[in-house]
Design a protein around this ligand. Structure first.
Ligand SMILES: Cc1cc2nc3c(=O)[nH]c(=O)nc-3n(C[C@H](O)[C@H](O)[C@H](O)COP(=O)(O)OP(=O)(O)OC[C@H]3O[C@@H](n4cnc5c(N)ncnc54)[C@H](O)[C@@H]3O)c2cc1C
Length: 438
């Protein structure tokens, strides 16, 4: 029996998922997903890479996909460990040499594919990009400034319509068969996700939320005016967690915005949401272009230097205070409290706390990026490290220093955001230097 592995790590969804619709003539296909141990349980610079909330979100999205596939009698093999090792072992167990997966973005994912390609025939599809395959930029000629990137690609941008064909009725490994291979993951799931969460980035939740945001409440029509707010429910789209975990297709979202523009109304706000999606696109291509440099001290602006950040005693204390929302600057602390409590922070808040850490406290930008990685429910390698480098001046821009006092006056003039956060519970932990998942 010939078998094909379909790796769903970056496309945890049924909609617009070309990987589920591959017809390659194999008798059986096995849907598989690997939770990378290092990405969730590893550390960088003494900072855990994910906190409990982020792990739980990932587990819950996988759980939802598992259910959705099971309803079609398709099993999802869920593995936990080193991605390449897990897949090679599975390929051996199933006697297969073929694997399909989404085109990655980050270096460690490319490294995993390179390892797999030594023993398997690996085919990638770019499932999560706005630039269609035909207009994929050659990485060398890719502009390093956002404006140049946008000017080059936006005028002729034809985003591929979402793939909406039904999943072919070919033989798939069934849920009962898939369970046989998923023991380690099942244990992890039982340990960390004993009950459903109150937050969700699952496909269903994301699609329902966006239908509400775009079509029912039409909040999209005021996006440009409200996107700089610091707190609230509808000031922005809140689609980032689902985009980050791959339960939402960026192409589906793009086409929903354009459908709304054609059927209801196009204004500055509807355009601006697409403009922000281009920022996301820009950082993804930058990440592919510059690879490991993103994690180097001087980013893409300097020679590669992976030596870990060094902090003197005062800086260590300042960094702890920043993480735990105790800097003494009310605006910064309010934003950090929001991050620590909810796993999210507005874009305006992120820019300010990043600038404050790097330029006011003089702390290595990589520590801030690592702390955000641990906490953000929308953690996305390219967007996070790219934005941090942008502000630090090690990425696609000169250093950007925000005047926090002026920003407070502009964006929280009556102090209501700071007051709202002051009334919330103090933080009992920050995850910095902690030894267990918190
Ligand atoms: C220091 C720093 C770290 C960041 N880390 C992340 C991260 O890990 N993951 C992440 O998705 N975004 C990150 N961002 C970008 C931005 O803050 C978030 O995308 C946005 O706040 C998410 O909320 P939203 O979905 O409501 O955004 P909206 O304002 O509704 O925007 C819609 C979408 O556009 C994209 N987008 C908007 N702004 C940016 C931007 N500056 N860069 C890249 N894409 C953007 C996102 O996909 C977002 O979901 C970071 C920004 C900064 C300054």
């Amino acid at each position: 029996m010939s078998m094909t592995l379909i790796l769903l790590n970056d496309t945890l969804r049924l909609h617009d998922n070309p990987l589920l619709c591959i017809a390659d003539g194999s008798n059986t296909k096995a849907a598989v997903m690997v939770l990378n141990r290092h990405a969730f349980f590893g550390q960088q610079y003494g900072i855990k890479r994910a906190n409990l909330q982020r792990l739980q979100q990932q587990l819950s999205v996988i759980h939802s996909l598992n259910h959705a596939l099971a309803a079609r009698n398709i099993g999802l093999i869920t593995l936990f460990g080193d991605t390449a090792q897990c897949l090679l072992k599975l390929a051996q167990q199933l006697g297969t040499t073929r694997l399909y997966c989404a085109e990655p973005v980050a270096t460690y994912e490319y490294a995993a594919i390179a390892r797999l390609s030594q023993q398997l025939s690996v085919t990638t599809f770019d499932c999560n990009s706005l630039l269609a395959a035909a207009s994929h930029p050659g990485l060398e000629s890719l502009p390093d400034s956002f404006t140049a990137f946008r000017k080059k690609y936006e005028p002729s941008l034809q985003v591929t319509p979402p793939f909406d064909s039904a999943i072919p009725d070919e033989a798939w490994l069934t849920p009962a068969q898939a369970e046989h291979y998923s023991a380690d993951f099942t244990q992890l799931h039982q340990q960390y996700l004993p009950q459903p969460l109150h937050f969700s980035a699952s496909e269903d939740a994301a699609l329902t939320h966006l239908k509400h945001y775009i079509w029912q409440q039409r909040h999209i029509l005021h996006y440009k005016d409200t996107r700089n707010q610091l707190i609230g429910k509808h000031y922005a789209s809140f689609c980032s967690p689902a985009l980050a975990v791959g339960s939402l297709s960026v192409r589906w979202l793009w086409h929903e915005i354009e459908r709304f523009e054609q059927q209801i109304m196009a204004n500055d706000s509807t355009y601006w949401l697409k403009f922000e999606l281009l920022w996301r696109e820009f950082f993804r291509w930058q990440c592919r272009k510059h690879g490991a440099s993103w994690f180097s001290k001087g980013g893409i602006q300097d020679v590669i230097d992976f030596t870990a950040p060094v902090l003197n005693t005062d800086q260590q204390q300042h960094f702890r205070n920043w993480c735990s929302a105790n800097t003494g600057n009310a605006f910064i602390d309010a934003n950090m409290k929001l991050l620590n409590q909810t796993g999210l922070m507005s874009n305006r808040g992120r820019q300010n706390v990043a600038s404050y850490l790097v330029h006011d406290l003089g702390i290595d930008w990589r520590l801030g990026a690592a702390y955000f990685e641990q906490r953000l429910l929308d953690y996305d390698c390219a967007s996070n490290w790219g934005n941090w480098a942008y502000i630090a001046g090690t990425g696609n821009s000169q250093a950007r220093q925000f005047n926090v006092q002026k920003q407070t006056q502009l964006y929280d003039p009556d102090g209501s955001f700071v007051r709202a956060m002051a009334d919330t519970q103090p933080l009992s932990e920050t995850g910095y230097d902690s030894t267990g998942l918190v």
